[in-house]
Each structure stands twice: as C-alpha cells, then as structure tokens.
Design a protein. Structure first.
Length: 156
C-alpha cells in the first residue's frame, strides 16, 4: 500500500446509515493501494460528535476525507456538510457526497455548501468497486493531510 508524506494511513470517515452500502464500501476500500483507515458513523448526529471529538470520540482521528450520504437519520447530510464547512477546525477536509439522490436541488445545495464532489451511489457491487477506484485515483493518491490534521499531531 502507498503511504502519505506523514507515513500514516489516510483517515477516511464514512457517514452512511445503510448497512449494505457500508459493507460494500468497506469491501471495495480493502482493495485500494493507498494505506487508509475507514471509520463509519451511521447517522449525522454521531458524525458531528465524532468530528468534534466529543463524548466517546475524544480520541477520534481527524479525517483526511469524508464520504457523506445525504439522507441520514437525526441530522441530514446537508446539515453535516454545512457544519463541517462552517467549522474552522474542519473546513479544510474534503467532503465527497455519496448518495442515492440525483435530484438537481440536492446537487446544487451540496456544491453550494462547498462539497468537493458529488457522486450518485452505484446500484451494484461492480459499480461500488469502480467508484472506490475512482476515489482512490482522484482523491486519495494526491491527498495530503490538511493543516488541522498536522496541527493535531504537533500536540503529541
């Protein structure tokens, strides 16, 4: 596996409430060449707690990349995206919206809230595999930890 300039796996946060989609993403990401660690949160509220390192997530790794579903329980994906992009500590993290919605309004709102990319979920395992390879090629191989991640490592 390829490593980053900091010789640590890239931290990826998947925010997804569908267990089948979580399993597909996990399986496909195991095949990637880039060293990574995938954390999974099943709703928007848990994702925000994780991102803000509150409650049981005080030691949570700062993600280098967030894969975000829009249709989430408790707190919507768009609200999570807005919270990330409005936070000085989180706004530098790329967010890829990964959702079933191909609604033009959802796409517009996601990009208006500064989503880095908007992908419609594939309908089968082969499509998920292709999507994971595309994310690896376009995002993970060139991704460098953001300033907030590097600042976190300085405290140790």
């Amino acid at each position: 596996m390829t490593s980053t300039a900091t010789d640590r796996p890239l931290e990826i946060l998947l925010v997804e409430d569908n267990p089948v989609d979580v399993l597909l993403v996990q399986q496909c990401f195991k095949e990637l060449e880039v060293a990574h660690h995938l954390s999974v949160m099943s709703d928007g509220q848990k994702a925000l707690i994780f991102l803000h390192r509150a409650d049981q997530y005080t030691e949570a790794p700062r993600p280098d990349l967030i894969l975000l579903d829009l249709k989430l329980p408790k707190v919507s994906g768009l609200d999570v995206l807005a919270a990330v992009k409005n936070s000085p500590d989180l706004k530098h993290i790329p967010v890829i919206v990964l959702t079933m919605s191909d609604d033009a309004q959802d796409i517009f709102e996601a990009y208006n809230l500064q989503a880095s990319c908007y992908l419609t979920k594939p309908s089968n395992a082969a499509g998920f595999r292709e999507m994971a390879q595309m994310i690896e090629a376009l995002w993970l191989k060139a991704l460098r930890p953001s300033a907030c991640v590097l600042a976190d490592t300085d405290d140790d």
